[in-house]
Structures are given as C-alpha cells and as structure tokens.
Design a protein around this ligand. Structure first.
Ligand SMILES: [Zn+2]
Length: 167
C-alpha cells in the first residue's frame, strides 16, 4: 500500500516535472504545502518585499525565490549556458539579472527575513526533488518565536490571524 502510494506520488511528481506548462514555483508550493508549511503567494509581503518573493512563510519569517538556472544565471550549473549567438548581449542581460537578484537578497535579508533561493536544477528529477524535499525543513529552519509561549498559541490560531496579537 505504502509502495503504491509512493509510486503514484513519484509518477505524479515526474509528470509535473515533465509537463511543459508546469511552473516550477507551483511544484515547490505543492512540496511545501505537503510538508505542512503555510505560506502566501500573493499577499502584501509577496508584493512589497524586495524582489517580490514567489513564496512567503510569515511564521518562519522566510521567503523563497524559485530561480530558473538560465534567466538567473546559476553559476557553474550545466543548465546555464550562454547561447552561441549574441553571446555578449546575453551575458550582459544575465549579469544584470544576477546583480538584481543579489541586491534583492541582500535587501530582504537586511529587513530580517531569511531568504532561500531554490534553483530549478535542484528538482529536475524525481531523486533530486526528493532530496530537495528532505532538505527543506533544515533550510527553512525554525520560526523566530520558537521557545516562546506565543509560538504555541500561534500554532493553534487560524492562519492569517496569528499576527493579530503582535506588538
Ligand atoms: Zn542550476
């Protein structure tokens, strides 16, 4: 039974990966959701934090950027190769994207948020997706309030109301 479920899950994941219409952000959202994380994708923080993060986990004060290896110029990645024609133009463009990403990451971190970058090459096979899934709790870390009684109270509060009692 367990094997059947995980097989079904595997083929589901693989079909999501292979589908040309799948947005990588959606796959990551679905992984996070199944891990039990709650997040916003179109909230005020998604719109206002530097770089407009794809995914915001308010409880963890963490944002997640899902970066395509080509457009965001993943250094040393085999999915990032400059096109053979107009190479200089592409290099300049990708360098600008990279510089903007670095500025946004620094700015969002300066505001006291943890910022994760997940590259699309980290989940382009089932095995890599599973490795990514297992690594996410450690990468996201603990909520900043952990250890305080408020953290326990917030856990029980309906989503969206947990900031109400904040000073
Ligand atoms: Zn990459």
């Amino acid at each position: 039974m367990v094997d059947t479920v995980s097989e079904a899950q595997r083929s589901y994941n693989m079909s999501r990966i292979r589908s040309k219409n799948t947005k990588p952000e959606r796959l990551i959202r679905s992984v996070l959701h199944r891990l039990g994380y709650r997040f916003t994708v179109n909230g005020p923080k998604n719109r206002k934090l530097p770089g407009k993060p794809d995914i915001v986990l308010p409880k963890y004060r963490t944002v997640v950027f899902v970066h395509g290896c080509f457009w965001h110029g993943h250094e040393g990645c085999k999915d990032f190769r400059l096109p053979k024609s107009r190479t200089d133009w592409w290099r300049a463009k990708i360098d600008r994207n990279r510089a903007r990403d670095a500025r946004n990451l620094a700015a969002v971190r300066a505001l006291g948020w943890r910022a994760l970058v997940i590259w699309t090459c980290e989940f382009n096979t089932v095995a890599k997706l599973e490795a990514l899934r297992s690594s996410l709790p450690a990468r996201i870390g603990l909520p900043p309030e952990i250890g305080e009684e408020r953290a326990v109270a917030e856990e029980a509060a309906p989503y969206g109301k947990r900031r109400a009692g904040k000073r």
